[in-house]
Design a protein around this ligand. Structure first.
Ligand code: C5P
Length: 243
């Protein structure tokens, strides 16, 4: 596909102008970063796997009526998506304690939470995406109370879908992050799932062995990240043939 105008380059993806107004092309890079890009590497084939996996999850969400930005996959590394205005929040859903929550509350990793917990971080690399309460989000105008109620409802539907799909292939969904975008149909604003859903933004543990199959493999130097992501793709039956 001919190169289009680059609109934005992030740590793991590039956004190009799309072929139609209101569309973008999302390109998945092989770059892996952790700890707010203090740790970096290039993991060959990661972009191909995440393009395929994000397609798989977004398509499944569409099938159960959860609105999202995915239109179609274009090639091994690119997908056509709806252009959205990103809500400047990382929406995190947790089923088991891990990562920053385990650290903050002194909980052992893997402790089951009494119910799924949705939390928000303010998207700002320079600040390290700080955790923010709803009060801040509303006071600073990042989203309204109605938006937040809708975002929590969306996030919990994504959680039910992802946890079920993962359980079906022997994987425990510990937590994940999604981003939400605004789209307008005339004057009517809708919130949809945007960005990506991939092992870069989830914690996935093998149910039998506890083996980590997500970006913690890179964060914690636990072995081959591409082996872990390939295992997830294989179990879901979405392994690209030429990785
Ligand atoms: O680090 P923490 O425990 O807060 O992360 C919760 C979940 O959100 C993890 O699955 C992590 O991969 C994801 N996350 C992310 N991008 C960030 C922060 C967290 O995808 N900037």
């Amino acid at each position: 596909m001919a190169r289009r105008k680059k609109l934005y380059e992030g740590k793991a993806k590039i956004l190009y102008e799309g072929p139609e107004p209101g569309t973008l092309v999302q390109y998945f890079k092989d770059d892996a970063t952790a700890f707010n890009a203090q740790k970096k590497d290039v993991i060959e084939g990661k972009g191909v796997l995440n393009n395929r996996l994000s397609e798989f999850f977004m398509t499944g969400l569409t099938a159960i009526g959860v609105p999202n930005h995915f239109i179609k996959r274009l090639n091994m590394r690119e997908q056509l998506i709806r252009q959205v205005e990103i809500v400047p929040l990382e929406v995190i859903v947790r089923n088991f304690a891990a990562g920053s929550m385990a650290k903050r509350l002194g909980l052992e990793e893997g402790t089951a939470l009494p119910r799924p917990i949705v939390e928000f971080s303010y998207k700002d690399d320079a600040l390290g995406d700080p955790l923010v309460p709803e009060e801040y989000i509303i006071a600073f105008g990042w989203a309204s109370q109605q938006d937040l109620d809708d975002i929590v409802a969306l996030a919990l539907r994504v959680n039910d879908f992802m946890a079920g799909v993962m359980h079906g292939v022997g994987i425990k969904l510990i937590d994940f992050k999604i981003e939400i975008g605004r789209v307008w149909d005339g004057d009517f604003m809708r919130l949809i799932v945007a960005d990506e859903i991939s092992p870069d933004s989830c914690r996935l543990w093998d149910i039998e062995t506890g083996r980590k199959l997500d970006k913690d493999v890179f964060r914690q130097d636990l072995g081959s990240l591409s082996d872990a992501y390939t295992e997830v793709a294989k179990r879901l039956g979405v392994l690209p043939t030429n990785v």
